[in-house]
Structure formats: structure tokens, C-alpha cells
Design a protein around this ligand. Structure first.
Ligand code: PLP
Length: 253
């Protein structure tokens, strides 16, 4: 294959990625207007797990800065390559299931960890951190046995646990509802998450450090490729979109 062919193949792949990004941003904007929300209140996390550094670079060049990864080692390798390529200002979010022995690699290294659901992970993060670690607590909506997260009625207890650690900053909640072909089927889950979120924020507001604690508690990470618009209508501040931006993944977790 000649070099020219490779170049044109890559640039058409890049054009497709840019078009996907423009389309998803337009859909985010439209969902925000339907809900009477400001676009600044919703962060698009481009979920790049399993996708190449070149694909990330294409979206980066189109202005995307927030990327989400699920596997610690894969993320470390990609980050190094991107930093070497002059993309040192990527804002990394960790969204994957987190084992406590891997948590130490994330403290002070990523902007937000979306998937904290137990004390052992908090403990490792605290041990390694030199500055506050921003985390979201993962809630298991729909009681799915295969997904992580605590039950809605255990959220306050997990917040209490997290607050025992001086350098952990609890910034909100995250959920991964069941996969559905009709996004409307998840509206009830998103609405329930929003209620859980509001209750938790009220509880925080009533604590001794309530003003600060409730101000920090401001993110609601929910909505993926199939249902992010409904999630935005129901109050999501972070939508995690992979497939609709990058195409299908070769393998999955
Ligand atoms: C992979 C993944 C996503 C992206 O899912 P898509 O359906 O490809 O948009 C979002 N959130 C989490 C936690 C994931 O693991």
C-alpha cells in the first residue's frame, strides 16, 4: 500500500470522527434547549476505551478535551503517547470498574473518577493523594447484579464513609442503567438518580460543613450513546459517549 493511500484513508477516518463529534454536540445542545438548560452545564465525556490514540487525536484536533477511559494500563499508555504528541491538556476521566490495587495510579492524575463504590478504593486514593481527589459515587440503578455501585438507599452511608477521608472530595453521583433499545425506557432510572442526587445534596447541606460540601456535590454522570439525550433532559451534567463518537468497539468489558 502506498503512503498516499494510507494518508487519505486516515484523513477520511478523521473526517468521519469530526462529523460524529459535530453531530453529538448538536444533539447535546438540542437536548439542553429542550430542557431549558445551558450547554455549559453539560460536559461531553468522549469515551475512548479500546480506541486508538489516532482516533483520540482526531477529536482532540476538533476541539474535544475531555476523554474517558476504563482500564488503568490502557489509559496510562495512551496518555503518555498523547503527551509526547503535544496533547498534554487532555482532561482525563476514569469511568471503569476500579480495583483497589489500581486506584493508586489515578490519585492526582485524572480530573474525575466516576466509578467509586467502596471503602477500599477510597482508602487507596487517600493514601496516594497529595491534593484533593474528585470522585463520583456509583449507584446501581435497576439493581443489576453485573454492574458495580451501591443501592440508592445506601448512598448516604457511602458519602459518610467517603467523608472520613480528608483528601476525598465527593462531587456527585454516577450510574450505568441497563442497556435499552428505546432510551425512554431509562427515563425513570435517570429521574430516580436525580432524586437520589437531590436528597444527598440536601443531606450534605445540613452537615457542619454544609455550604462547602453541598457546593462540591454538583455532578450527575449519566447517559451513554443510546440514551444521553434523555439523561440530559433529566439533569445529567456529564454524558459518557463512546460508540456514537468512535464507532463500535472491538472488544468490551
Ligand atoms: C464504555 C462505557 C461508556 C460508553 O458507552 P457507549 O454506549 O459506547 O456510549 C459509558 N460509560 C461507561 C461506564 C462505560 O464503561
Amino acid at each position: 500500500m502506498s503512503e498516499d493511500t494510507t494518508v487519505s484513508k486516515n484523513s477520511s477516518a478523521d473526517a468521519a470522527l469530526r462529523a460524529n463529534l459535530a453531530e453529538i454536540r448538536a444533539r447535546v445542545d438540542a437536548a439542553c434547549s429542550r430542557a431549558g438548560r445551558s450547554v455549559e452545564d453539560v460536559t461531553l465525556v468522549a469515551v475512548s476505551k479500546t480506541h486508538s490514540v489516532e482516533a483520540i487525536r482526531a477529536l482532540y484536533d476538533a476541539g474535544q478535551r475531555v476523554f474517558g477511559e476504563s482500564y488503568v494500563q490502557e489509559w496510562q499508555e495512551k496518555r503518555e503517547l498523547l503527551e509526547g504528541a503535544g496533547c498534554g491538556d487532555v482532561e482525563w476521566h476514569f469511568i471503569g470498574h476500579l480495583q483497589s490495587n489500581k486506584a493508586k495510579y489515578l490519585a492526582d492524575e485524572v480530573a474525575l473518577i466516576h466509578s467509586v463504590d467502596r471503602k477500599s478504593v477510597l482508602k487507596r486514593l487517600q493514601k496516594r493523594s497529595r491534593e484533593p481527589v474528585d470522585v463520583l459515587l456509583q449507584v446501581n440503578v435497576g439493581n443489576q447484579s453485573t454492574k458495580g455501585g451501591v443501592a440508592s438507599n445506601a448512598v448516604i452511608d457511602l458519602i459518610k464513609t467517603a467523608r472520613e477521608f480528608a483528601d476525598i472530595r465527593v462531587c456527585g453521583l454516577m450510574c450505568i442503567p441497563p442497556y435499552v433499545s428505546n432510551p425512554e425506557d431509562n427515563r425513570g432510572h435517570f429521574r430516580q438518580m436525580r432524586q437520589t442526587f437531590e436528597r444527598a445534596r440536601e443531606w450534605l447541606g445540613a452537615q457542619e460543613d454544609g455550604d462547602e460540601a453541598s457546593a462540591n456535590f454538583r455532578h450527575l454522570s449519566m447517559g451513554m450513546s443510546g440514551d444521553f439525550e434523555v439523561a440530559i433532559e433529566e439533569g445529567a451534567t456529564h454524558v459518557r459517549v463512546g460508540t456514537a463518537l468512535f464507532g463500535a468497539r472491538d472488544y468490551d468489558n
